[in-house]
Design a binder for this molecule. Sequence first.
Ligand SMILES: NC(=O)c1ccc[n+]([C@@H]2O[C@H](COP(=O)([O-])OP(=O)(O)OC[C@H]3O[C@@H](n4cnc5c(N)ncnc54)[C@H](O)[C@@H]3O)[C@@H](O)[C@H]2O)c1
Length: 346
Amino acid sequence: MKKLRVGVVGLGMGRGHVSDYKKHKMADVVAIADTNEARLADVGDEFNVPGRYTSVQEMLDKSELDIVSIAVPNSFHKELTVAALEAGCHVLCEKPMALNAAEGEAMIRAADKAGRRLMINFSFRFTSASWFMKRQIEEDMLGEIYHARTVWLRRKGLPGFGGWFGQKQMSGGGPLIDLAVHRLDLALWLMGHPEPLSVLASTSDRLAAPLAAAQGAKYDVEDFGVALLTFKNGATVSVEASWISHIKEQEIMETRILGTKGGLLQRNLREGYEFETELFTERDGYMCDLKPHNPMPPTPSAAAHFVDCIAADRPHMATGQEGLAVTQLLDAIYESARTGTAVLFG
Ligand SMILES: NC(=O)c1ccc[n+]([C@@H]2O[C@H](COP(=O)([O-])OP(=O)(O)OC[C@H]3O[C@@H](n4cnc5c(N)ncnc54)[C@H](O)[C@@H]3O)[C@@H](O)[C@H]2O)c1
């Protein structure tokens, strides 16, 4: 079978996309695009990519691509995803899907119209710990799931002031849309995407705003956020995220899922990006724990999964619709935090 021709746009996080596609025997990275010429040259040379463009449209016009990864600041996700879909490409777009649900809906409409696929890079689903958890739920080890607690807290992990992350117009928000988007997606995926009923949320910029002001930098997003979500099936999710907070650890990523028969935990090890997971249950009156040890069986990366599914013509995970589900909740979280009241879904 012919290899799939891939282009990658945005070469910060996009460098990882290039690296992942390069490892796949069915993918050929033929083009990259970035407005930063130095990055373009660095990544192009490192991975020996022939087509290098400072204009995304020119890349789309000239490269006959099958797949495009979009890894640019959040405010450009919609525009560039739609352009790539209209050029006939399947798109793997970085998280968060878009600045808001209206943009996400436009992206889904463009994919439907073009008859092309849209996947969102919820990369934390593509870990052995996450697949272990999903498997336990599929095997009904949890019973009825009634709560998830999902957090990503940093002690001191503010993105540099003056960049796009701290500007709402370009990022859509702070750690909620940047970090909690992953933990929320993971919880929703494990819970089977229940229908939302209400959201009550609060945000704070008490630590970051004075630091930014002292440097004269523009900063208009939260540095901490918390939300309680309820769902029509009676389940609840609590979510917390921070870029800066007075906690012991440098970085905590943790997702707990509670069910009537068992509970699951996933958390990062040594404050890094390696994870452990565990199932807690009761058997014959005994409290029992089931812990898979590292190394666990590997999973494909999100990019490899996308290529696999396109090549085999089978459905992919982390669809545009699932991206939209998280984006709708984030919209409601920010709205609730802004108004100080709960947001109800119809
Ligand atoms: N999945 C993950 O775990 C993960 C991790 C980090 C970042 N991200 C996401 O990746 C995206 C990019 O984040 P980043 O940290 O790499 O940001 P970044 O600022 O480091 O890199 C973005 C790159 O895009 C380029 N760019 C900007 N506008 C462009 C345009 N119109 N056309 C072409 N290139 C353009 C910039 O020159 C820059 O090199 C964000 O949406 C972010 O949320 C995801």
